[in-house]
Design a binder for this molecule. Structure first.
Ligand code: ADP
Ligand code: NA
Length: 344
């Protein structure tokens, strides 16, 4: 059996929040210990994806640095995992072009990310509709780049949340189309047991915690101070029903707090079990417990993050350059096969 190769990427869109950490990034760290030493772990800050939404260059540069520092701060070990910025390996874009020449437009146009961006434009004011008419090609075709990210490293497994499953399906579709046309050179990736935890917004617990949410109090950043965590969880939206019970439909706020508590519970109790154990405490006491659990669970991340940023760019650049070197090597192995198969 050839060694497993695991690829995953995160967009440089600022410091990750608790949802990103629990839903994705914590698993990246855990894989370093859980997987066999032969398993290759390849983690990328996917900056080329970030420019599907244009932004000031200085902001992108800052976000890339912050994403890299955040990944190191949570415990990604650059000696164990290949950690790099996507744009440092131009072959990702080269493979994207080659894949797009055998990818189907129909399949892409049915993907929800694109459809949600379209309906966002349609449902908006006239002024926004003109924004809609200026929707960019990159936003339409970015799943092909995502497929290239995965296929270029011959990834066998991709850890993704539920909302990203169709992107792995599409990567498989791209591999199938290429292999059908040029021979079986690309490896079919599989989904790796996605984390099941979904963290909800603190201010609107019926929607998921997200960087897109306007209120900064809706999310906990993994680099928040203990004081900020206490304050945000302390003011989380709950209800006026006395006591604690687990009922996601009628008590989404309390249930979200219980869900967060399970994530960090040393005894690995379920949310319902925790609700039973703490049925008599007040929401205020529950919030204090949850805040303490989150503070302990994220302990050290903030300090390591600030330390890394204080060390300056040269230190982070050096780590990234070494990761990029390894990633280019891995990508080039595939590109030699691909170019030869296509006749380039
Ligand atoms: P956001 O919703 O803040 O824009 P992304 O869509 O960039 O986050 O997601 C990055 C990763 O974090 C994905 O793997 C996604 O499944 C995971 N993720 C995002 N928000 C949450 C959440 N609230 N709970 C659990 N996982 C999440
Ligand atoms: Na999102």
């Amino acid at each position: 059996v050839p060694p497993r190769i695991i690829f995953s990427g995160i967009q440089p869109t600022g410091v990750p929040h608790l949802g990103n950490y629990i839903g994705a990034l914590r698993q990246w760290v855990q894989l370093q210990h859980r997987e066999e030493p032969e398993t290759k772990l390849i983690y990328s800050v996917v900056d080329l994806h970030a420019i599907t939404m244009p932004q000031p260059p200085d902001q992108l540069r800052r976000c890339k640095r912050e994403a890299l520092a955040a990944l190191l701060a949570i415990g990604i070990d650059p000696d164990r995992a290949t950690l790099f910025h996507q744009s440092s390996v131009p072959a990702h874009s080269e493979l994207m072009w080659i894949l797009s020449c055998t990818a189907s437009v129909g399949y892409l146009s049915r993907m929800t990310q694109w459809k949600s961006k379209l309906s966002l434009a349609e449902g908006s004011t006239f002024e926004d509709r003109t924004v809609g008419s200026r929707l960019k090609l990159g936003l339409f075709s970015y799943p092909v780049l995502q497929a290239a990210d995965i296929l270029i490293h011959r990834a066998t497994h991709v850890p993704v949340g539920h909302d990203q499953r169709q992107h792995i399906e599409f990567a498989r579709e791209c591999a199938t189309n290429f292999n059908h046309t040029y021979g079986r050179h690309l490896v079919m990736p599989d989904v790796l047991n996605p984390p099941i935890h979904r963290v909800m917004s603190l201010t609107d617990p019926t929607s998921k915690m997200s960087k897109s949410h306007k209120s900064e109090r809706s999310r906990i950043l993994i680099t928040d101070s203990a004081k900020d965590i206490k304050s945000k969880i302390g003011s989380a939206l709950t209800d006026s029903i006395p006591g604690v019970s687990y009922d996601t439909a009628n008590r989404p706020g309390i249930s979200n707090l219980l869900d967060i508590l399970t994530i960090f519970d040393a005894q690995e109790r379920s949310s319902a079990q925790l609700a039973d154990a703490y049925s008599d405490i007040s929401p205020k006491q529950l919030k204090e417990m949850v805040a303490d659990a989150v503070i302990t669970g994220l302990d050290g991340i903030r300090d390591r993050y600030l330390e890394l940023l204080a060390k300056g760019d040269a230190h982070l650049d050096k780590i990234e350059a070494e990761g990029a070197r390894k990633a280019r090597e891995s990508a080039e192995e595939t590109m030699e096969l691909v170019r030869a198969a296509v006749g380039l």
